[in-house]
Design a protein around this ligand. Structure first.
Ligand code: AMP
Length: 114
């Protein structure tokens, strides 16, 4: 069986995380190496490696995740002033092969992103 990703280990409670939001289908916790004053990762509890691996069967989950972004932003008090980033694939910097959205806020964020 493939080795668990670090995010699956967080979901399973094997390693600690600073959790800011959780519901039946997803979990949000602070990034261990924050790139902005607020840097949270939102992940599905289901093990899906990349955005490319989402299928029609994940329709409801995909919508749930997007709605959860807003809930996380509200929880953190950053509504209207945050960026969501999802790296898809090692070529663009995805290191953890478990779908995740970076939620970044608290400093000016350049555009286009590097
Ligand atoms: P990505 O490069 O898009 O795959 O992002 C992975 C993110 O996971 C990076 O920003 C890491 O700092 C973060 N990360 C890795 N391990 C942990 C951990 N144990 N707790 C919180 N964040 C982590």
């Amino acid at each position: 069986m493939a080795e668990k990703t670090v995010f699956k280990r967080i979901i399973d409670g094997e390693i600690p995380a600073d959790i800011v939001y959780e519901d039946e289908h997803c979990l949000a916790f602070r990034d261990i190496n924050p790139r902005a004053p607020t840097h949270v990762l939102l992940i599905p509890k289901a093990e899906i490696p990349t955005l490319d691996d989402l299928s029609e069967a994940d329709h409801a989950l995909a919508g749930h995740l997007l709605l959860a972004v807003g809930k996380v932003a509200k929880t953190l008090g950053i509504e209207g002033a945050y960026r969501v980033v999802a790296n898809c694939g090692a070529e663009v910097g995805q290191e953890v092969m478990h779908v995740h959205f970076h939620v970044l806020a608290g400093r000016p964020l350049g555009w286009p992103p590097g």
